[in-house]
Design a protein around this ligand. Structure first.
Ligand SMILES: [Zn+2]
Ligand SMILES: [Zn+2]
Length: 270
């Protein structure tokens, strides 16, 4: 094996976790390589990590003649001619490299990927694949069309997502308003109308649904319960003078009302 950058083969058979079994294990490059490496380690334990991946009988690197005659013998077993009419050998030492490149090209694998995998030069890979990639070119229009379709779908899905999010947000806001208007929602200490500029009132603890100034907020159309005395977030409002006075006097609601000259129900309904 030539030295260089390392390349990885992913398992494509049933041994792969959560993956589709695209090949039988007997044809899976990753599993076959693993099995071959194990075979060499078991067969020649003394060679260690420097053992050839495909050693000869004695564990040394095979000779070129040995490789060619192995390929030729395998071809013979497959019923292929081993010699031409003139008696010249049909199979060379690069037959596997050439055959592998042609196999991948005919399967539609990009030429540049085959070149990178097998460390071919660009000239060599084209000579090797001998236009085996040409028949797969007819699918280019299909690939381009499906690519465009995918793009259109992506855009459509994004639009749908935006619409769904919008409607979810709208529903959420509606629910929040309903929850906030409910008189049972007593967690907040202050209350005001939704109208900007409305004053902040302090809720009465003794008579739920009204403010300390007697404003019957539970009957109001749109109110906002406030967790702090400044009013809704980022909307600083004036506080109701009567509510403040009532709180200061620490009196109960009725005594404030009775000592106040103004009609609180008019003064505090905004
Ligand atoms: Zn595998
Ligand atoms: Zn008030």
């Amino acid at each position: 094996m030539a030295l260089g950058e390392s390349r990885g083969h992913g398992c494509a058979c049933k041994n792969r976790k959560d993956g589709p079994a695209l090949l039988p294990t007997g044809m899976c490059p990753a599993c076959l390589l693993k099995a071959q490496a194990k075979f060499v380690r078991d067969e020649f334990p003394g060679l260690g990590e420097n053992a050839p991946l495909f050693p000869g009988n004695s564990g040394t690197f095979p000779s070129k003649i040995g490789v060619i005659s192995t390929i030729s013998a395998l071809a013979g077993q497959l019923g292929k001619k081993q010699k031409t009419h003139s008696g010249a050998p049909c199979w060379g030492g690069h037959a596997m490299r050439r055959g592998g490149a042609q196999y991948l090209a005919a399967a539609g694998v990009d030429v540049w990927r085959i070149q990178a995998l097998a460390r071919h030069s660009s000239a060599a890979v084209l000579a090797y694949i001998e236009k085996a990639h040409i028949p797969t070119l007819k699918s280019i229009s299909v690939e381009a069309a499906s690519g465009r379709q995918q793009h259109a779908l992506t855009v459509e899905v994004a639009k749908l997502k935006e619409l769904i999010c919008k409607s979810l947000r709208a529903n959420e806001t509606k629910e929040n308003i309903v929850a906030l208007r409910s008189p049972e929602n007593n967690s907040a200490r202050w209350i005001c109308t939704e109208k900007a500029g409305g004053k902040i009132h302090t809720k009465s603890k003794t008579s739920p649904g009204t403010a300390l100034c007697k404003w019957p907020w539970a009957k109001a159309e749109r109110t906002t319960h406030c967790e702090d005395a400044f009013g809704p977030p980022n909307d600083y409002r004036l506080t109701c003078v009567k509510c403040t006075r009532a709180e200061k006097n620490q009196s109960d609601d009725s005594s404030v009302n009775s000592t106040d000259d103004d009609n609180p129900s008019v003064g505090c309904t905004e």
